[in-house]
Every structure is written in C-alpha cells, then in structure tokens.
Design a protein around this ligand. Sequence first.
Ligand code: PMP
Length: 308
Amino acid sequence: MDDSVLDAIGSPLVRVDSPPGTTVAAKVESKNPGGSAKDRPAKAMVEAAEHEGLLEPGAHIVEPTSGNTGIGLAVVAAAKGYDLTVVMPASKSEERRNIMAAYGADLELVDGEMDSARERADELESQGMVQLRQFENPANARAHYETTAEEILEQIDGRSVDALVAAVGTGGTITGIGSRLREAFPEMEVVAVEPDTNAVLSTGEAGADDFEGMGPGFVSDVLDTDLLDTIETVSLDAAEDECRRLAEEEGILVGQSSGASNVVARRVADRLADDVSSGDTVDTDDPLVVTVFWDSGERYMSTGMFER
Ligand code: PMP
C-alpha cells in the first residue's frame, strides 16, 4: 500500500508497432496518478522548494502552464495541502481546466499565449505567491533523470537503447531521460521533435502552432541542447493521424505530442534498421528506440481530433 498518491507515480514501457527488425517502446505516462508525465516534475519541484525553505505550510503556489504541469501541480498541491493558482492561455483545451478545478486549483485564463501567462504569473509572484518556474527549474529535468529514466533502465530487460525520441516543451523530459540513458549507453542518439510550423530548435525562429505541450516558441533554459543529435519536425495533421492509428490499431489513446513523437520514433527505427542491414552497426540485438507518450487522448476530446 502506498502512503500517498504521490508514491504511486510510475508508468509502464510498452512495445508499440515497430518497423521490421526494430523495437519501438513507449513510456505510457498517462498511467501516472495525475494522468501525465508532468506529475514527476511537479512533485520534484515542490519538494525542492520545500527543501530550500521556499515553501512553508499554507503557502500559495503559482505557475504559468499550458495544462499538464498545472494538473500535476494540482495533484501535488492537493496531496500536500498547498493553495495553487494556475495561469494558462484561454486557448488551451477545456478538459485541462476542468481537471485542475476538480483538484481545487484556482485558474486564471489570459488572452494570448504562454508569454502572457508567464507575465501574469510573475505579477502574482511579486504579490507573495511562490513560482516554481518549470522552464528554468533544474528539478524538472532531474525528476526525469531520477525516475522516468531509472524505470526505463529496469524495463528494457538488459537491452541497450539505440535512440531516444521525444518532443520538447520545457525540455525536462528529453534532458532528464537523455542524460541518464546516455550515461548507460554513450552511443545512444537523442532526437528532439518539434512542430513543423514552430521549429525554433531547427531554424532559430519561432512560429505558431496548435500543439498542446510542445513547441514553446523559445529555447528553454532546462533544455540541454548539447544532448541533441538530431531535431525533427512533424505537422499537427501527421501527429493526429498517428494518434488515431495508435487508438484504433493498438488500443493506446494518446495526445498530439505523443503521436508526433511516435511518428519520428518510427522514422528513426526505419533508419537504424537500414544501418543494420548495411552492416554499419555491430549490435546483435534489434535496434531499440524509446519514446514518450505524455498524456491520454481523453484530454483532447474537445479538440475534435478523434471525431470521424
Ligand atoms: N507533451 C505534452 C502533452 C506536455 O504536456 C509536455 C509538457 N509541457 C510535453 C509534451 C513536453 O515535455 P517537457 O516539458 O518535459 O519537454
């Protein structure tokens, strides 16, 4: 028995349909108590703030977030007894808002995008709330280094990982998992995924996109760009097609960033299979590509992406 819902954080690594001669495996993060990968950094950032004496009983947390971090923080704040205000762009899906409200968080919706949400959170911080700053907070990536990556190492049954493919929001996921797995597998390729119309890592220029949770439009402090070998872009249409395919053909219901990451994971697996058949690698196992599915497709129903 777990003492707290926060002790139940953890997720399975599931093999998904993979190109011949390869294995693509996804960390299905919707299995976390708050339904996304963001439970991990939410817990770690709150505990780091407690440790540093920044959060005392009765404190009020504030965070600008496009959704999943807000839900993760709402879970942690409820479980630990803090007040929470989440500032988010009004354009983000209504499921996310309803879920945060259900956990008792206060929501402030702002016009515009994440930069407007960040400005408003700064204002509330200056009035005495504690801001965790997921884009700058080292505990964000550390959570994935210490938990997500460690789970993957246990779940791969002694195989080695040839590539990690992950979308980038704050960069906490790819930085934390990538740096830990790179220690174990120094040759591993790290592939970042971003929206084709907002490809700041590939082009240096921000654009606009309708993905939720990835493509922040700037290079986050938390993202260790030195870890990245390759950056690939995906269109929202291709990502959503992949979400529908995963649901209908594999019984795995995920959101857009997961669909986008799986599109690229399959591309990378195809490429690694070609390398094997041309004798470029000496690895005797099939190439293993690990990716991340951040959240469930249930969080996207109101966007209409699963409607026929
Ligand atoms: N996908 C979704 C749905 C997310 O909520 C997030 C977190 N913003 C990401 C991908 C990217 O994760 P990270 O912030 O760790 O880069």
